[in-house]
Design a protein around this ligand. Structure first.
Ligand code: GRF
Length: 207
């Protein structure tokens, strides 16, 4: 069994994609042990509750310093004893001590084809606004292992999505979610659950 902790900040549609694949039997030998949100209003917590999964909120606002929040976050993750931590729209810089505690055992979904439109300031709709402003014809999503950089870890899976005339950031975001994110995130979890991946010299290879 691959035990997951899923970290969320917003609507939780990527979390939902994992919940749904587990429920329909596509994602075998995987269990979500805990969902952690960094804000109490995250609808992702409702999705967790509806699926009978423990959801907790660890908010930076509840701690006097970033260091104390980082400690609480790492403690909250470790308590659930995950084999893999999934960042699903989690808008928090992962503390180095958490990266060190889970080397190549934290994955993130980013809504672009890394290395395009990633790094500091590129999250949520801003990614799609930048893609439309640049006039790219193809965008997509990336699942990667998390290292101490921002969106810089070894790439696991990518899926391309066409940009259509008249796209707004909202329309494009939805298409990237539906056609890419919600597919490759569960797929990456399945590959890891099946022991199919290894990381060599910063590159992900099929074992
Ligand atoms: C979305 O911008 C998505 O593209 C990115 O994180 C944001 C929230 O996704 N991965 P979710 O609905 O909370 O999974």
């Amino acid at each position: 069994m691959l035990n997951l902790v899923v970290c969320v900040s917003g609507g939780g549609t990527n979390l939902q994609s994992i919940i749904d694949r587990i429920a329909d039997g596509t994602l075998k030998d995987v269990a979500i042990r805990r969902v952690i949100a960094n804000n109490p209003g995250a609808y992702a917590l409702t999705r967790a509750k509806d699926a009978g999964i423990e959801g907790i909120c660890i908010s930076p606002k509840s701690y006097a310093s970033r260091a104390e929040f980082n400690e609480a976050l790492l403690r909250g993750v470790k308590e659930a004893e995950p084999d893999l931590v999934v960042l699903a729209g989690f808008l928090v810089a992962i503390p180095p001590e958490m990266i060190r505690a889970f080397p190549n055992r934290i994955i993130n979904i980013h809504p672009s084809l890394i290395p395009s439109f990633c790094g500091v300031g590129y999250y949520g709709l801003k990614v799609h606004e930048a893609a439309l402003k640049r006039g790219v014809k193809i965008t997509g999503a990336t699942v990667h292992f998390v290292d101490e950089g921002m969106d810089s870890g070894p790439i696991i899976l990518q899926k391309a999505v066409g940009v259509e005339p008249g796209d707004t950031p909202e329309i494009l975001q939805r298409r990237v979610m539906e056609q890419a994110e919600w597919k490759i995130l569960p797929e990456a979890v399945a590959l890891i659950a099946g022991g199919r991946l290894k990381v060599e010299d910063g590159q992900v290879r099929m074992a």
